[in-house]
Design a protein around this ligand. Structure first.
Ligand SMILES: N=C(N)NCCCC[C@H](N)C(=O)O
Ligand SMILES: O=C(O)CCC(=O)C(=O)O
Ligand SMILES: [Fe+2]
Length: 318
């Protein structure tokens, strides 16, 4: 995050999308205006994914979580499935505390040996429920649109960092890994009220599609206050992830956020995470000189190692 905030700004990104395949996009004033605004963590509209689809994936998610446990457990997440599938309430832990949410975790497919030892833990393919019908086709259509959208937004962010539009393509994120979490939070839970404890996301950019009408997502600002990120129909809340923090040499902070569902209603969210190439070494971009004017912090990470470390500590032992 480039600036501090007391509410979440909303950006219309349609001018960026209109020019994102134009090599001269950096010369367009409307694009540059979006780029300036992208410097802040934000809620984004004008992204071109139809509201019916945003709502459609949330509705089918709600119907899945309404099914009995035995039905949901047919696609149970285990280490043997490459951590893909259904996890029940309390199975995911954040900072040592069980989260009051259930979820289906999805990752880009990793075939045997694809990334050698680095990728072993993540080997596997997604497990989709038979019920509700059409769950898989709808989600796969959604994933494909999110991937395309995130790539275009990253062109804007690359410009905002003073680079070429294509900094996050090729070896860095030209073959992007992705994660999707399909999540449900019971209303006013009796055990504890933390739907998801404070954390940052792991990759580049998160497109968060949250339920209408329930205020539960919160983002921490630089003064340490939790600021509500209320649902705005037809928008995504975008979080900056740990890899983008490194690429920007800390100019962008990865967004610390949490979920507390204090409403009486069950809340769903469908969260798409756009990441770098699995095996890429991430370090500050050379353009850091123009933008951060400071020392290169030389934080360095391999995205796949970061992900595996998280995944291996995110779940309670059975
Ligand atoms: N891929 C992402 N961002 N997953 C976030 C999951 C929730 C936080 C996790 N238990 C943690 O402690 O990181
Ligand atoms: O449900 C939400 O609004 C946020 C979920 C989240 O932060 C995550 O899964 O990483
Ligand atoms: Fe998150």
């Amino acid at each position: 995050m480039a600036m501090d905030f007391s509410s979440i700004p909303i950006i219309d990104i349609s001018p960026l999308l209109a020019k994102s395949d134009d090599p001269k996009m950096a010369d367009d004033p409307a694009v540059l205006d979006v780029v300036t605004q992208l410097d802040k963590a934000c809620t984004q509209k004008g992204h071109g994914i139809p509201d019916t689809l945003l709502k459609g994936v949330r509705d089918i998610t709600r119907r899945f979580f309404e099914l009995p446990y035995e039905e949901k457990a047919k696609i149970k997440m285990t280490p043997a499935t490459g951590f893909r599938g259904y996890e029940k309430i309390g199975e995911n832990i954040t900072q040592g505390v069980p989260d009051m949410h259930e979820a289906i975790d999805c990752y880009r497919e990793v075939t045997k040996g694809m990334y050698g030892d680095l990728g072993k833990v993540m080997e596997g393919y997604n497990h989709w429920p038979q019920n509700p019908p059409k769950f898989r086709v709808l989600m796969e259509e959604y994933i494909s649109l999110c991937k395309d959208l995130a790539k275009k937004i990253m062109r804007g962010i690359a410009l905002a960092l003073g680079g070429s539009p294509y900094e996050f393509e090729g070896d860095r994120a030209g073959d992007p890994f992705w994660v999707m979490r399909i999540i449900g939070y019971p209303g006013l839970s009796s055990v504890n009220d933390i739907g998801c404890g404070a954390h940052t996301d792991y990759g580049l950019l998160t497109l968060l599609n949250q339920d209408d009408g329930i205020n539960a997502l919160q983002v921490k600002n630089l003064s340490g206050e939790w600021i509500s990120a209320p649902p705005v129909p037809g928008t995504f809340v975008c979080n900056i992830g740990d890899m983008l923090k490194i690429y920007s040499n800390g100019l962008y902070e990865s967004t610390l956020h949490r979920v507390i569902n204090n409403s009486s209603k069950y809340r769903v969210s469908v969260v798409y995470f756009y990441e770098t190439n699995f095996d890429t070494v991430v370090e500050p971009l050379d353009t850091y000189k123009t933008r951060t004017k400071g020392d290169k912090k030389f934080e360095r990470a391999v995205y796949g190692e970061h992900l595996v470390k998280k995944v291996l500590t995110n779940f309670v032992e059975e």
